[in-house]
Design a protein around this ligand. Structure first.
Ligand code: TYD
Ligand code: MG
Length: 481
């Protein structure tokens, strides 16, 4: 007889403990442990004394048929998946509730169904009427998507096993699914895992592609998509600021494609619109001539993206000054601040520092160091940077500006968008090629950049445009002696 084993399972990451504790040691979240009967995770039928079946072993060199892909017809979506949905693969699309996951998948499935593929959309969250309402709003009611509002995995698998194999199945969302093989309540880690496993088995067996929708939750009430991340072939996260219209689809894991590509969308009254030139979007609401903003010429995957970095440096009223950053790595900000202090004489220990990447984009490149430094110094000395300039370059701990990859692509994008000059690493000048059409200001060390911006600040001060609060180079050295 099977023993019942009760354990406490973290609803965020799936780690199991014998005893309850307030904090999960594996992922660091608080109050996420819930009691679950983990013995049930192996169905009784499987635990029975079944004699093992024999299977053929293959060699490494054998020929596998190419992964045939199903292109969604949405360029931005295909870019992130690596060219379309792979047959028999399972893709997890995670994101905050309300970000637009159902909207994105309704649009994608409708396009595919119109193209003649058998596409099934299973909604576990919304009633059929609600899904229809959305389709109507998007002008997609005529698409022959096969729709159902179901939550039992067994029922779904039996229904889909009949007739032609669907080309793509959307499960919206995995947290609402449940299977008879385990006892836990729907939404718990054990249920989410077992349901995902059953669906993955179905995909591998039949060759249908499956998209699982997963809500990212912080409070631990519903098991997070992280518990299935390692089981699926690809994980995409759909992100965006609630207040803004931009949505970014990012590949977090992809067994069949790149993981550094992003797809950019705009949420409109008529659904998601693809943004094929993100730079235009990210720069569309620039505050021209404001101190503390610099345009960074970045690369996302294979595509150059220009984005504005905004910095605010203000005297602090706190014992420990604040450092807040949105869209960039906080430890890189600390590093840039340390280099400014140590090598350029820029004293920031008495200032709060805020850094924001405009438009809700998240930058991972060290190449943003130079733009961040320029924005910070510009805010500190209250001198706007030239509006027609882009910045890129990595800053080393010694204050040297180091070259970064794809200089030519960055310059080309900047020229295309009407920028007139680029501030870039000295050693990248050769790579730039003379034909970019930009005037190049190559700098070898961060000190040079700081001096140039400071000179702009003092010129502005002399012209009387600003009052005493305005900066002069001397202001840098406040607190130095
Ligand atoms: P939804 O796709 O339901 O989000 P999710 O499935 O990720 O929870 O999108 C919900 C939000 O999108 C909702 O606030 C309304 C908005 N929306 C639009 O702005 N335009 C549209 O055409 C649609 C369908 C939704
Ligand atoms: Mg939804």
């Amino acid at each position: 007889m099977a023993k019942s084993t009760l354990s406490f399972v973290c609803q965020n990451c799936g780690a199991a403990y014998n005893r309850w504790q307030g904090k999960c040691e594996s992922c660091g979240e608080w109050n996420t442990l819930a009691e679950e009967d983990t013995s049930g995770s192996v169905p009784v039928s499987i635990r029975s004394k079944r004699k093992g079946r024999t299977f053929a072993l293959e060699s490494l060199s054998g020929k596998s048929p190419d992964a045939p892909r199903l292109s969604s017809g949405m360029t931005e979506l295909d870019r992130v998946t690596g060219g379309g949905f792979v047959r028999g693969s399972v893709l997890l699309v995670g994101g905050d509730p309300g970000i637009g996951k159902s909207t994105l998948l309704t649009q994608a499935t409708s396009l595919l169904a119109r193209a003649g593929h058998r596409i099934v959309y299973i909604s576990g969250e919304e009633a059929i009427a609600q899904v229809r309402l959305r389709a109507e709003r998007l002008g997609l009611s005529d698409a022959p998507v096969q729709l159902a509002a179901e939550t039992s995995v067994e029922d779904i698998v039996s229904t889909l096993s009949e007739g032609a194999v669907p080309r793509l199945i959307v499960i919206d969302s995995i947290q609402t699914m449940w299977t008879d093989t385990v006892e836990s309540a729907p939404g718990t880690v054990t249920q989410v895992r077992a349901s995902a496993q059953a669906l993955i088995r179905f995909a591998k067996k039949t060759g249908a592609a499956i998209i699982l929708v997963g809500h990212v939750t912080k409070d631990g009430q519903i098991a997070g998509p992280r518990v299935v991340e390692h089981m699926v072939d690809a994980v995409m996260s759909f992100e965006g600021e609630g207040s803004q219209q931009f949505r970014i689809l990012r590949a977090v894991k992809n067994r069949f494609g790149p993981t550094d590509e992003i797809g950019v969308f705009e949420m409109t009254g008529l659904g998601l619109r693809e943004v094929t030139n993100p730079s235009e979007l990210f720069l569309s609401e620039r505050d021209l001539g404001t101190p503390g903003t610099a345009v960074f010429a970045g690369i996302e995957g294979t595509r150059p993206v220009l984005v504005e970095l905004q910095a605010l440096v203000a005297p602090t009223s706190l014992g420990t000054p604040r450092r807040a950053v949105v869209g960039w790595d906080p430890s890189r900000l600390s590093m840039v601040l340390a280099v400014l202090e140590a090598h350029c004489g820029v004293k920031l220990s008495g200032h709060d520092v805020y850094l924001n990447v405009a438009g809700g984009l998240r930058i991972n490149e060290p190449a943003a160091d130079l733009a961040a430094a320029a924005a910070l110094v510009s805010s500190l000395v209250n001198a706007p940077l030239p509006t027609d300039a882009v910045y890129f370059g990595e800053i080393s701990l010694s204050g040297v500006v180091r070259p970064v990859a794809q200089t030519a692509a960055r310059l080309k994008e900047a020229a295309k968008l009407g920028f007139g000059r680029a501030i870039l690493p000295e050693s990248a000048r050769g790579e730039a090629g003379g034909d970019a059409g930009l005037s190049l200001n190559a700098i070898g060390s961060l000190t040079t950049l700081v001096a140039e911006i400071a000179a702009r600040g003092s010129r502005r001060g002399e012209s009387g445009a600003q009052t005493e609060k305005n900066a002069t180079p001397a202001r840098f050295r406040r607190g130095e002696g």
